[in-house]
Design a protein around this ligand. Sequence first.
Ligand SMILES: Cc1ncc(COP(=O)(O)O)c(C=O)c1O
Length: 405
Amino acid sequence: MPVSLARRLDEVAPSATLAMTARAAELRASGRKVYTFGVGEPDFETPEFIREAAQKALATSSHYTAATGTIELKEAICRATERDRGWCPSPDSVTVSVGAKHALFNLAMVLCDPGDEVVIPAPYWVSYPAQWQLFGGKPRVVETKAEDGWRMTPSALEAALGPKTKAVILCSPSNPTGAAYSADELRALAKVLANTDAVLIVDEIYGELVYDGFEHVSFAKIAPELEDRLVIVDGVSKTYAMTGWRIGWAIAPKRIVKALSKVQGQSTTNPTAVAQAAAIAALEGPRDEVRRMRDIFSKRRDRMLAGLRDVPGIECDTPRGAFYAFPSVAGLYGIHHGGSALDSANDVALWQLDVCGIAAVPGEPFGAPGHVRFTYATSEEVIDEALAQLKEAVLKADRHPSMAP
Ligand SMILES: Cc1ncc(COP(=O)(O)O)c(C=O)c1O
């Protein structure tokens, strides 16, 4: 008899981004050139001063720390939040976890009872619905459109709220679209939420990565009136190229902090001590590396947009932040591949992987059929080369006659 697994797993799909990465690795192992636009992490090494601080900290990092992080790191997070986001939390409102993903997972665990609804604008980061589903939560997905800059309107939010709404999850700037809300847009959403008792979880992990002078405004700064049910999630992974170090955090009202501490104290205990020391160095150190990486991302975004828009059948809006482009690929449907015609973003993603070696992630798992996510955390040369190949492949492709461009 096979072991019977917990039924809660039936609700959840495995991570789509990881599946595409695995497939690309297979192709690479077989000797093919693969252009990697799939993974959601900076391609830079962690800045040297951070690695040096970690090396020093090794001498004193052999033991457990406080379960939700050292007081030194919590204080550094508060100072950085004041410097970068313009509001000042207190250290006892911070819990540090093994990455922001872990903080979000713990939030689902402490907030969600079976049947509770969580409002999530689509396209969404794949883990938001999956984490709540693991605890019996019901995602209430709010569609957004590229024409609206992929931002949820106040009226759409209002329509999605109901007696079972436990939480709303916002991500700005967003993975997968790069969409970001202005201060006025956030204020309008806050106004709708003022009449509810929903917990608002705002994922600001890409807050430092915004372009063309766009100003990221933290939700906590514009809606202090919601502070008794507002949770800000953040971390060092994206801003400081530290995905492997696994440090993220939640800044939350005391009651939620207490619950998060309880869960973490019975599960992982503290995030790795030396990684916490590295995170302090990142937050307190010089800012030039952060600026340098942002400037490089900004140039790559422009290259990515120009290259994508040059491919007949692809349309792409301009993302305000993060490091993703999220074009519509519906114009490529009808291309013949493997005995049938492309008919979904998943088909397009597999076709471009087979034909051009381009690994990017189809939109279906992000709640956005018809789109593909391209990460531009890779060099301008690679972006240019890959997209030139994609254009050539599209121009040469054999199409179903009714679907010719
Ligand atoms: C929107 C969003 N939130 C959170 C995370 C998780 O970050 P971390 O590496 O800190 O777990 C990611 C990572 O891809 C993300 O895209």
